[in-house]
Each structure stands twice: as C-alpha cells, then as structure tokens.
Ligand binder design. Structure first.
Ligand code: NAP
Length: 236
C-alpha cells in the first residue's frame, strides 16, 4: 500500500492554514497542525476530520526543535503562523515591530531551519508572505518589510536547500479570523470597499489560498516561486 504524504502546517488552527489542512486532508494527506492555543487546535482538528496537533510558539527556538523531533519524518511543510501589528512608522514602538518580525519572519525562518532536516526526498516548504511586500499600504511598514524579506528568503532557500523545493504564497485581503480585531460593521465595509477596487471584484476566501498551497505542494517544477493570490491587489 502506498504511504500517505505527511504534511505539517504551522498555523493550521485558523484561517488559511486551516483551509489548507482541510483541503490536503481531503486529498489523502496525513495532517499535523501546530500553534499556541490548545483550544483552537482541538476545534481545528475536528474541522479537518483527523489531525495530530502540537502546541508550539514559533518565536521559541527550543520549542521548534522539540516540535520537529517529536513529529519525525514528513513530506511537506506549510507555515502560515503569524501575529501582526499596524501603526504609524514614527509612533510604533520598536518592541512591537520586533515582535511582529519574531512571529512572522523569524518564526518561518526557524521552521525552515529546524524542519528541513526532517523533510523526506521530494518534499517542499511553503511560506506565507503578503501583498504588502510588493505594494505597501499606510501604517503597515513592518508588514511590508517582513513580506519582502520572506520573498527573499524563499528564493535563497530554494537555491541552498535544493532539491527540497521552497515557495511562498502572497495573499491579498482574505477573510480570516485575523480581521476579527476590527468591529464587524467596519470590517464588512472594508471588505466591500476593497472588493470594489480589486480586478477580481471580491476579497479572498481561505479556500482560494488552500488551492495555491495544493499547487505548490504538488507541482514538482515549482521552486523559488512566489504565488500571488491577491485578486490583482498588487497591480492597482
Ligand atoms: N488574512 C489576510 O487578509 C492576510 C493578508 C496577507 C497576508 N496574510 C498572512 O497570511 C498568513 C495566515 O494568515 P491568516 O489570516 O490565516 O491568520 P489567522 O487566521 O490569524 O491564523 C494565524 C495562525 O497562526 C497561529 N499563530 C500566531 N502566532 C503564533 C505563534 N507565535 N506561534 C505559533 N502559532 C502562532 C494562530 O494560532 P494560535 O493563536 O493558536 O497561536 C493561528 O493558527 C499570515 O502570515 C498572515 O500575515 C494574511
């Protein structure tokens, strides 16, 4: 009997990581999800169908090493975990900007560093960056810098970790729990206004991004690629 592909999704307890986990599970992958909240992980595992779950804070290198040691060999790594902060550049405290880097940039960096040695032949890493890396918007300078840095890291690691494939997904506005910090009415208005401006005439859904994750995992010729799934957001 053919062995199931084992896929690790750090950030798989919510949003796009969860949608990718659900899609990959439906395609027959064995799923491992990791994030900080036990509660979120339990709910997500039920939504996926079946998933091994691990509590992990990506900002802690020791936890990352222990996590991959306990997961053992696997085939594909997807890293969607991140927190974010927004605010005027001149007013943002350096510590807040650094915390954003710690979760989104250094978190993915550490996942690749300690995950790659456990990835089987034929495997891949899929990072997450974001449209702001190509097209900045107001009060998100740290996010722009992180997303651009992830694009650079993707190309560099595609070269250095070859034949392991390394790619990234760059989402535009996607309806996920990350937006829950915005009051509901303001959030819906923001989505409507954004949809009007986008060439795709709608905002993204987590399933749009799950499709990109499946493509990058399955296409053995894709490496060093940034897949923009932003409704055309970076060309307006
Ligand atoms: N949604 C958008 O419009 C949008 C646009 C552009 C780019 N992106 C990027 O796309 C990626 C996925 O975003 P999303 O919207 O799907 O986010 P989300 O729904 O908020 O999910 C984020 C996930 O990351 C986990 N996480 C956060 N900090 C962590 C940490 N320190 N250690 C371990 N896990 C952590 C969260 O779980 P716990 O709370 O349990 O840790 C959660 O599972 C992120 O990189 C985000 O910046 C999103």
């Amino acid at each position: 009997m053919e062995r199931k592909l084992r896929t690790v999704i750090i950030g798989g307890s919510s949003g796009m990581g969860l949608a990718a986990a659900q899609k990959l599970y439906s395609l027959g992958h064995e799923i491992v999800i990791a994030s900080r909240s036990k509660d979120k992980l339990e709910k997500a595992a039920k939504m996926i169908g079946k998933a091994e779950s691990h509590i992990l804070d990506v900002t802690k290198e020791k936890e990352m090493i222990q996590f991959f040691n306990s997961v053992g060999p696997f085939d594909h790594l997807v890293t969607s975990a991140a927190n974010f902060v927004m605010g005027p550049f001149l007013k943002m405290p350096l510590d807040e900007a650094k915390q954003f880097f710690d979760s989104k940039f250094w978190g993915q960096y550490l996942a690749a560093k300690h995950g790659a040695p456990h990835i089987r032949k034929g495997g891949s890493i899929t990072f997450f960056c974001g449209v702001a890396g190509q097209k900045p918007f107001m009060h998100f300078s740290t996010g722009s810098a992180i997303n651009a840095a992830i694009e650079g890291l993707t190309r560099a690691l595609a070269l250095e970790l070859s034949p392991l494939r390394v790619n990234a997904i760059s989402p535009g506005t996607v309806v996920t729990p990350v937006w829950d910090v915005v009051p509901e009415q303001a959030r819906l208005t923001e989505f409507e206004e954004t949809a009007k401006k986008l060439p795709a005439k709608r905002v993204g859904q987590p399933e749009d991004i799950a499709q990109a994750a499946v493509y990058l995992i399955q296409c053995g010729y894709a490496t060093g690629s940034i897949v923009y799934v932003d409704g055309g957001g970076r060309i307006i």
